[in-house]
Design a protein around this ligand. Structure first.
Ligand code: G6P
Length: 609
């Protein structure tokens, strides 16, 4: 999605703003731009496509030192071209604006402004903002003009505005789209994502909805959009620069796949209690009586996080016997969901910024449910909006295709299942066995990662296919969905995940000698059933790639390829069985020459509905 960077201080603005935009590249974009002063006049440079294009266009440019704003755009209103790219300026070229989000009433505002003589060049909603602010700039006070303009705006925004008449100020405002301010000596930074700032500072303030920030080089004032002065909480960011660099790996996705043992270790550290078969999760902020009163659990999320929710559904129902429902966040909010004070609603989101998931949280709160965030990004909007929650501590995830966040989310839900099960006095011995297995997961993932070369060879044989089918049952059904999603996201091969038995009700019609079918066939209570499904595929000449449990000699006779994973309690199997599928998708995409970290049309964090 779109990214914002702002800088005010005494240094050259181009390297700082461009550097920040590069850190946001992973969020997805189609054009970019930067605005600052050149010989005291407002000047913008905008380019379509990759940031390298902007970088090369900036080579001949010399901005005045001091302040500037930059943007990477992911088109919503108006096609991706240089005119529609941000920053946008008003008619007199006095004010420049960058904006994330959607101004819903921009057509009405545009008509009103046109009647007052404003002329527009682009088809974006953001240009309307620039003109609207200029309309209210009669007082010569940018903060005041932004405030007055925003009173007329419906929709969502994270925005930054500068004026050539106030070269010592950046004005930012937030409603539904994240913004964070960074402080360092006599410099201030602004960004839509903390990754753009951590090269310069670890001291940040997250803006909240309805807040404005007025930045000067040595100060930040936080005010409400109504104009009252507000206290702000300074947070120290713990992610360091290494965590957001590739560190010798060809792609962030591969690095993050390899980081999974570490990510899971961090997610369970200080929480998992193997001896008692439970976990200490103070973030849930619930006492035993409250836990005993829970009648129903709803899990809501999007994308890969939704798949983690599906695994969690199986885990929670098995270990706590509380009924669980998993909902796409985008569906939850519009389908009049039935939740009340006795329902726990978990919002699962790596970024903590996904617009639909945030809206689902708000809906659940309105209906009286207790909301809990399972987020990776500390201080993110969903984490703040929820009543309480647990961070997954996976470290920054940059690759658009989520990997380590998925396994860290699942490991957190394994602990939640243990904890709720313990309070409700269920399955003590089983819980102890699962807790002991969970502690060993990082080592078992290391073992699977050592099969990378073997998996790469399999990938090379299937990189030219147009379709693929992923089948699994029980805990491995969501893994089938996740494996298929990984493949389609980054290699553009059409892939479907299905519960293995459902194959007979449709996908079997697609099977022929060109169709690779990935079976996640680990040993569990329905192993025999999935073997029958493998036979059905073989009978139709489908090619079988099986993910199986170490020691399973039989499957080797049936499948064309077998990738063995260590044995584990079925409740935790998704944490292992997903790893070969991530590697398979990765290597197929690399073989096809795809841009693995920045797949076409996708964004890391989807902050529009
Ligand atoms: C986008 C990303 C996915 C992610 C999904 C949900 O589609 O490309 O990787 O799973 O959003 O994101 P969240 O940050 O809420 O987990």
């Amino acid at each position: 999605m779109c990214g914002i960077v702002g800088y005010i201080g005494k240094r050259e603005i181009t390297p700082i703003i461009l550097g920040g935009l590069k850190r946001l590249e992973y969020r997805g974009y189609d054009s970019s731009g930067i605005a600052g002063l050149k010989a005291h006049n407002l000047h913008t440079v905008k380019s379509v496509g990759r940031l390298e294009n902007l970088e090369s266009d900036l080579k001949e440019e010399q901005f005045d030192v001091g302040f500037g704003i930059g943007h990477t755009r992911w088109a919503t209103h108006g096609e991706p071209n240089a005119v529609n790219a941000h920053p946008h300026v008003d008619g007199e070229c006095t004010i420049a604006v960058v904006h994330n989000g959607i101004i819903e009433n921009f057509e009405v505002l545009k008509t009103w402004l046109e009647a007052k003589g404003h002329k527009f060049e682009s088809s974006t909603d953001t240009e309307v903002l620039a003109h609207l602010i200029s309309e209210f700039y009669y007082t010569g006070d940018l903060a005041k003009a932004v405030r007055l303009a925003l009173h007329h705006v419906d929709g969502t925004y994270g925005l930054a505005a500068i004026s050539k008449n106030e070269p010592d100020t950046i004005v930012a405002a937030r409603q539904g789209s994240p913004l964070v301010v960074g402080m360092h000596d006599e410099e201030r930074f602004l960004a839509s994502d903390v990754a753009a700032l951590i090269e310069h500072t670890d001291r940040v303030i997250y803006l909240q909805d309805g807040e404005m920030a007025i930045l000067t080089a040595d100060d930040v004032r936080i005010e409400s959009i109504e104009g009252e002065s507000l206290e702000s909480e300074e947070i120290q960011v713990t992610w360091d620069l290494d965590a957001i660099e590739r560190g010798g790996f060809e792609h962030f996705m591969l690095k993050e796949i390899y980081e999974q043992p570490n990510a899971i270790t961090n997610s369970i550290r200080g929480r998992l209690d193997v001896e008692r078969g439970t976990a200490v999760l103070s973030g849930l902020n619930m006492d035993d009586d409250e836990i005993k009163k829970i009648k129903r659990i709803v899990l809501t999320a999007c994308g890969t996080s939704w798949h983690a929710g599906l695994v969690a559904e199986y885990m929670l129902e098995e270990m706590t016997r509380i009924p669980v429902e998993v909902d796409y966040a985008s569906e939850f909010r519009y389908r009049k969901p039935i939740v009340d004070e006795e329902t726990l609603v978990f919002a699962i989101s790596q970024s903590g910024e996904t617009a639909d998931t945030l809206a689902a949280v708000k809906e659940a709160k309105k209906l009286g449910a207790r909301t809990l965030g399972i987020c990776n990004v500390v201080g993110s909007t969903i984490a703040r909006e929820c009543d309480a929650g647990i961070y997954i501590h996976a470290g920054p995830e940059i690759g658009v295709a989520s990997t380590k966040a998925f396994t860290a989310q699942v490991s957190v839900f394994a602990m939640i299942s243990l904890m709720l099960g313990q309070v409700r006095d269920k399955f003590k011995e089983r819980r102890q066995a699962i807790a002991a297995d969970l502690a060993k997961i990082p080592g078992k993932i290391e073992q699977i990662l050592s099969l990378n070369d073997e998996i790469k060879k399999i990938a090379e044989q299937y990189a030219d296919r147009n379709n693929a089918l992923y089948l699994g049952r029980c805990f491995n059904f969501p893994v089938a969905l996740e494996g298929a999603l990984k493949l389609k996201e980054i290699s553009y091969i059409h892939a479907e995940g299905y519960p293995a038995a459902e194959m007979k009700h449709g996908p079997i019609a697609l099977i022929d000698k060109d169709m690779p079918v990935v079976f996640i066939a680990t040993q569990d209570r329905i192993y025999d059933k999935i073997m029958s499904n493998i036979e059905e595929v073989r009978a139709r000449q489908g090619r079988v790639i099986a993910i199986a449990t170490e020691g399973d000699a039989w499957i080797g006779k049936k499948a064309d390829h077998v990738i063995y994973i260590p044995d584990v309690d079925p409740v935790l199997v998704a944490l292992l069985s997903v790893i070969p599928l991530q590697l398979l998708a990765y290597h197929i995409a690399v073989c096809r020459g795809c841009d693995v970290d920045k797949p076409r049309n996708l964004a890391k964090s989807v902050t529009v509905e």
